[in-house]
Write a protein that binds this ligand. Sequence first.
Ligand code: ZN
Length: 291
Amino acid sequence: MNLIDVNTMFSTDSKCRELLTRLRFPEGPRCLRCKAPVVLLETDKHLFYCKTCDYQFSVTAGTVFNDSHLPLEKWFVATLLICEAKKGISACQIQRTLGIGSYKTAWYLCHRIRAAMKEASRMLDGTVEIDETYVGGKFRKGIPRTEKQVVIGIRQRGGQLRLIHAADAKAKTVREILGDNLSEDVEVIITDEGTVYPFALNKQQRAKHKTIQHKKEYVSGLVHTNTAESAFSLLKRGIMGTWHNVSAKHLQSYLNEMVFRFDRRKNSDLFIDTLRHMVTAPVLTFEKLTA
Ligand SMILES: [Zn+2]
């Protein structure tokens, strides 16, 4: 799906709603309250009506689209632009490209799309590569204005990627993160020679641990962390090149966006898949986002 396709296929509000309805209710629209089948009212407001419990709702009710004044056509194009931007796209760029009135509206729009780009967690197994990186950290006249943030990357070879904003890179923190993400069935754990790993891994994990010496041998047979590093370099280019000032508070949501796109980089339905997530993800209010 490219920009021309999106502009042609989803050029009107009702065309957008038709797709969202199919994505939200693959087996036909149902009442949000009582799950009974509903009818589409013959008005221009595109409301569904449930006779059983006398309730009206739109296809976007209770989703990230909730209460938005932006036309759905703009939501669709913004979603495509975010899906297509391997290194991310700034709210400023979205504002200009779509002619959105205020930066705040564009920023909120991007965050709502991003909030839907989240995966249900599954434990990783097989061969996993673990690496850490540091992002952000601004200095002015030698005084740190913001601290560098730690991101732990875990990549199952041939499988999913995780990028986790960690409180720090201490063994206890890393151990908790690995506990939340690695299955007991994991076969091989590959890291660089970072001093934290011997302490962060538990006994069973240590037995499966292989390290790579970066300076001496970049790739030694199957023991490498190249896959995690390619995801990291994408992340760093995103943060440094596109988003500039990602605050610590929102870092995890940018990481989720990166991961969502990275895990689907060979998926030709990324746009539709993202919309499916958007029309099934819960409301994200501006108050909650900025709290
Ligand atoms: Zn009902």
